[in-house]
Structure formats: C-alpha cells, structure tokens
Design a protein around this ligand. Sequence first.
Ligand code: ATP
Length: 279
Amino acid sequence: MAGEKDVRLAGAAAAAPRGLAARGLDAGYVGRAVVSGVELEVRAGEVTTLVGPNGAGKSTILRTLAALLEPVAGRVLVDGEPLRRLGAVERARRLSVVLTDRPRTELLTCEDVVESGRYPYTGRFGALSGHDREVVRRTMLLTNTWGMRDEDFMRLSDGQRQRVLLARAICQEPDVLLLDEPTSYLDVRYQVELLSILRELARTEGVAVVATLHELQLARVVSDQVVCVRDGRVFACGTPAEVFVPEVIDALFDLEPGSYDPATGAVRLPAAPGRGGEA
Ligand SMILES: Nc1ncnc2c1ncn2[C@@H]1O[C@H](COP(=O)(O)OP(=O)(O)OP(=O)(O)O)[C@@H](O)[C@H]1O
C-alpha cells in the first residue's frame, strides 16, 4: 500500500505545508447569513472536522470554504491568498471537494470519473499524460476502487460511488481537501478506511483536510482539530481532548447534563418520558 501512494503524492510532496483560513466569515444563501463570525484555521498536515446538530450550518461553512458559495461577509484565504482572487484552474489545484450530491454522468466508467480530477493539470484538450494516468491508477488503488475501474459510475452503490468521488478529489493533488459528510454512505469498514486515508494524506503529504462528520466517535479518533457549530456560530473549537467532554458535547447537542460519556464516547439514553428518571 505504501508504494502505491508514493506516486500520487510525488508532486505534492514538494509543496510547502499550507492551509485554509476564514476571517470574520458570514456564510449563507442569497446574501443572508446562516452562520456568522467564523474565525478558523484549517492547517496543512492536519485533519479538521466540523461537528454539531442538524441545520447548525456545517455544510454551509464547508461550501463557503470550498468557494461553492460566495461569503456573505468576510474572507476565505488559501495558503494566505484570498480565495476569490484565484482563477478556476489555480483554485482546482489548491482545493478539491467531495460533496454528498450524486453527480449524474452519462456512460462514464469509474476510471473516467477519477481521470476528470486531473483536469487542472491537463492541457486545453484534456489529454492525460503518462504521469496523469499513473496518478489515477495509484489513487484508485489507494481508495480501493481500481477493481471497479471499467464499471458504469451510475450503476455503483452509494458507498462505492463515494469512494470513486474521493479518488477523483485526491487525484487533483490539492493542498486542501474538503469533504461534506464523507462517511454517510459507507459501512463501518469503509468509514475507517476512508478516515485512515484522510489522516495519511494529511500526515504524509501535508494536505489540509476538513470534513463535516456526524459520527462523534470517528471525529474523535481522526481529528487534530474539532470545530463545533451550533445555532449559526462556532460554539467551541479545540483538540478532541478539549472538545469531547460532557460539558461541551451535552451543550452542543442539547443533551441532558452528563449524557456524554468521554470514557466510551457513547451517549447515555435518557429515561423514557413518565419514568421520572428512575429506570
Ligand atoms: N440552499 C439553501 N438555501 C437557503 N437556506 C439553506 C440552503 N441550504 C441550507 N440552508 C439552511 O442553512 C441552515 C444550515 O444548513 P446546513 O446544511 O449548513 O446545516 P448542517 O449543519 O450541515 O446540517 P445537517 O447536519 O443537517 O447536514 C439551515 O437552516 C438550512 O435550512
């Protein structure tokens, strides 16, 4: 496995460690903020996760960091430069994104889809070089998708498709990799595999990884930094040891005090209504 990764990352290894930052960021839709005052550093070589209740604004922040949404106010900096100043190709070399949306494709094989991740590096006619093909092959091996390279992308299961989209994003050799709920369609084996790939990309290639996650147990083991989002603002931010404590997690999710057990990472079930907590 180690040898398989060497190639993908031969080009990226030369890049200095960098990252992404939000400064006074208000994020939202058609000029209306749903999240305000976000100050954030997503450091190169680290995995940052966004956690919090449904509707808190995690995906909105992620999409704004990924330049898919225009900031309502404030700035996003990539490697110290304002994101909006970068052209489309330069942006695609710096940032890649995996969303929960299922892109519709006509008669594309999985390999075609992954190859499309090389477009920031191919010339005007999109011809892949030998190096591009090798990056595609190595990335598909890394993500366990090489065996399905000739299959129709649209006929894959959601989980298989998610891995192909991850391969496409890694193929872009970005400085910053952003993922919205990357584990949502995956069974536990592939969840763990995906998170170990993300951690490896961060550690060995200096990629700044940022992902929204619902599974607190996974966020706890994969993150260097955890950003808790609640009610349209960053509610808390820190290392897993700082964040995964009852005071923070109970308040973040409106749980009864003492519900979150940091020893196991599990949440205690409340007594059924009407049992007066005596059960
Ligand atoms: N396209 C949109 N237009 C307008 N408002 C939106 C749009 N998408 C999301 N919102 C609103 O923005 C707020 C934050 O949503 P967002 O999807 O960022 O939350 P989230 O924390 O990612 O939630 P979840 O955990 O449920 O995925 C919600 O109130 C949501 O209704």
